[in-house]
Each structure stands twice: as C-alpha cells, then as structure tokens.
Design a protein around this ligand. Structure first.
Ligand code: FE2
Length: 424
C-alpha cells in the first residue's frame, strides 16, 4: 500500500502512461500500470509530470519591492542600481523577510521549489544576509534556498566588500559571488575573479559570479573565470551568470573561448527576461539582444540554465515567479525553435539548474524525493507554449499547492462552448 500514486502521467522524456508510486518522502516505484493500491491518488491523464522548476539566478533581497521608494522611470540598469542605492538605507530585516516569504509563496504556487539567490553584502549591517538566512531556514520544509554572497558595488571597488563577504560566508551563506565587470579596470576585474576563486578553493565552496553583464565585446572576465576554475581544480563548481558580452564578442575569439569554458566545466546561467530589456540600451538600430550564446554553449556540452534574476524590483517591473516565462523568452531570443532546442529550454529551467545548485535527490526515479509538479500540458514544449497551469505541486510526497485547470467558456453561435487552447 503506497501513500500516494500519480496515475497515467506523461514524463518530460516522452514516456507516457506512467504511474508514480510514493512512499513517505520519496518515489518508491515508477512505470506503466503499477500494481498496488495507494491511500491517495492523482489522475494525471493528459498531464505532464516533472520534477520541480529550479531558478539558478535570483535576487531575493530586492524582489517585490517594486515602487519603493519610487519606480524606475527609464527602466534602465543604471537607474535600477541608483534606485536600489536609495532603497537600501530604508530597508529593515523584517521587511526583507516579509517580501521574501511572500515571493516564496508565489514560487511554490508555480512549482518553483529551489532558488539560488544572490544577496548583497555591501551594506556593513549585513541586514539582507541575516534576513535571507532566516528565510532559508523558514522555507526549508517546502523550498530549497541557496544563497550567494554578492558584492553588488564591487569586491575591490567597495571598501568593505572583501571583509563583508567573508563575514557573510562565516554566517552560513553558501556560495561565493562577484561582479568583475563592475570593478574600476579590466585588471581589477581579473584580480577580483582570481581572489574569489582562491577563496572558494580554500573554503571548499561553489562560485557564481555576475560576469560580463555588459555589451562590451572586450569584457572578457569569463576567460579569467574559466582559467582560474581550471587552475584551482574547481571544475563543475563554478557558474558564470549573464555572460551577455559573449553576444557581442568577435566570433573567432569565441571559437577559442567556448572550448576553454567546456574544459573548466563552467556552468552558465542566462537571464533572458532581464537581459533582453536591459542590454543594448546604447544601440540605435539594429539593437543587440543581450543574451549569451545559449545554443552554442549547449552544443559544446556546457550545462546552461535560464534564470529569472528579478521580479517586481528596481530592475524589472514584471513577473509572477513563473520561470516558464524565462524559458519562453530564452527560446524566442535564442531562436531555439527546433524540436530538440525547445526541449532543451525546458531542461534549462528544471534538470540543468538542479545540477548547477547540486540538489540532492532531484529527479524522476525510484529513491528520488517526491518533489513533483503536475502540469496542464501535453509535453515540455506545450508547457513552455502555454506557461501551463501547475495543477498539483508536491514536496516530499505532500501536495503543497493546487491550481484549477485553465478553460474558457464561449458564448458564440455555432461554436464550441469551451476552449482550452490545445489542438485536441
Ligand atoms: Fe543578477
């Protein structure tokens, strides 16, 4: 007798008619027409069942602060940074906690059960660090929150950033961040990458840097990041986030760079929503797209994820914690419209970011945690197309969120009474 059985599911790899049996917190068995009763059942006929969505790049300390103390009138990166500077002195720990918990509620509703969030450590009070460490513990039963010590104002450029970053790590922040393109010179940027990677090697931690978030084709800190990763034996533990300058780099240079990144097993996180809106602002026409070379990086065997970066904060006014929005934008911006490419975009918001975070027990196999999402979608491409409803969200075998399926009633002469936006 199982605790729960999900019947007749379609899986992301294309298998259908699959039953998933759950015992306690884990998947006990999985296959077509499983024998045995269950105390509870979910009928997943016609539905896609996937492990949860994972966001490999987010800023939980600023999320849902839209409008405080004012809105970003120009919508630019620079006004966003200025606005965040105005907001920081007004923040309290309680207010950050309240916004973050509210965002995690949204995330759970969308089946987004693991988030890597950068946390700004340039405020000497480390207010946001204390707030998000508290939130990490409070959401643990339903969401994995991984924190990155992020020197927003520059590791070398901001006077106390180096000391604050180590204080944040001592308090229990998980990952080392950086922002080399924001240092005062290319040499300082490279020096910051070297120091931060050495710190990661010393402490046995992972690295995730905002790297080359610029339209400058000569911003090449990703080369240093890959080189230092190899030199220090950090392969597979280092992620480059954004990498937007790669969009503008010389093609010959990139033909040398991508193999180096592959040798270093660098992880890559593109943030298509924010990058398509913030990059290319100095261009007239044609305007650059500002997303890194996602299909080429995937072809070279690199693990690439799509992150959300910002939701309703100084930099981005939109979003609902639905990371399928990022997959949809990434697919379109990257011209990834081939059948395999579209499926890769679904992996870029599920299994790829799970690998980047190093999540334990993630997947669809006996022994994995019963962390699952039942989607009103026929397959992964359909899920992206419809930004499909999350009918059931399960964490450790328990349903923690439900949403009714989407149907629209029509009142038209000679036409069906309902549409559900499918071909069947
Ligand atoms: Fe970011």
């Amino acid at each position: 007798m199982f605790d729960l059985a999900i019947r007749n599911a379609t899986l992301p790899d294309g298998r259908d008619g699959i039953d998933i049996a759950i015992q306690g917190e884990r998947i006990a068995d999985l296959g077509p027409g499983l024998e045995g009763d269950a105390a509870n059942e979910i009928d997943a006929t016609g539905c896609l069942v996937t492990p949860p969505f994972v966001d490999a790049h987010f800023h939980m300390d600023s999320t849902l602060s839209y409008g405080k103390p004012r809105t970003n009138q120009s919508g630019t990166l620079l006004e966003g940074i200025a606005l965040w500077g105005e907001l920081k002195p007004l923040l309290t720990q309680e207010e950050i906690v309240e916004r973050a918990l509210r965002y995690c509620d949204w995330a759970v509703g969308q089946g987004l059960l693991a988030i890597r969030s950068h946390v700004d450590i340039c405020d000497d009070r480390l207010l946001a660090v204390d707030a998000l460490l508290d939130v990490r513990e409070r959401v643990k039963p339903y969401l994995d929150l991984q924190l990155v010590a992020f020197p927003q104002d520059g590791y070398l450029r901001s006077p106390n950033a180096a000391a604050n970053l180590e204080r944040a790590l001592d308090k229990g922040v998980d990952v080392i961040g950086g922002i080399p393109h924001f240092e005062r010179s290319m040499a300082d940027g490279a020096a910051s990458v070297r120091s931060l990677c050495e710190l990661a090697a010393e402490r046995g931690l992972m690295v995730d840097m905002h790297c080359d978030e610029s339209d400058d084709p000569l911003s090449r800190h990703v080369e240093t990041l890959a080189f230092e990763t190899k030199r220090l034996g950090l392969n597979g533990r280092v992620a480059g986030s954004h990498l937007t300058s790669m969009h503008s780099m010389d093609n010959y240079y990139v033909s040398k760079l991508i193999p180096l990144m592959a040798e270093a097993e660098l992880r890559v996180v593109a943030n298509p929503l924010i990058n398509i809106t913030l990059q290319g602002r100095h261009d007239t026409y044609p305007k650059r797209r500002g997303m890194t070379r996602v299909p080429e990086l995937m072809d070279a065997g690199l693990v690439v994820a799509f992150g959300q970066d910002c939701i309703m904060d100084p930099w981005y006014a939109l979003g609902t914690a639905d990371i399928l929005d990022a997959a949809y934008m990434g697919l379109n911006v990257g011209q990834m419209t081939g059948q395999d490419a579209m499926r890769r975009c679904f992996k870029a918001v599920t299994e790829n970011p799970a690998a980047i975070l190093g999540l334990d027990g993630y997947g669809l196999a006996p022994g994995c945690y019963a962390d699952l999402v039942v989607l009103q979608a026929q397959d992964p491409v359909d899920a992206i197309r419809r930004r499909a409803r999350r009918l059931h969200v399960l964490r450790r075998g328990r349903v923690i969120a439900k949403t009714a399926p989407l149907t629209t009633e029509l009142n038209l002469p000679g036409r069906p009474a309902q549409v559900d936006y499918t071909l069947s």
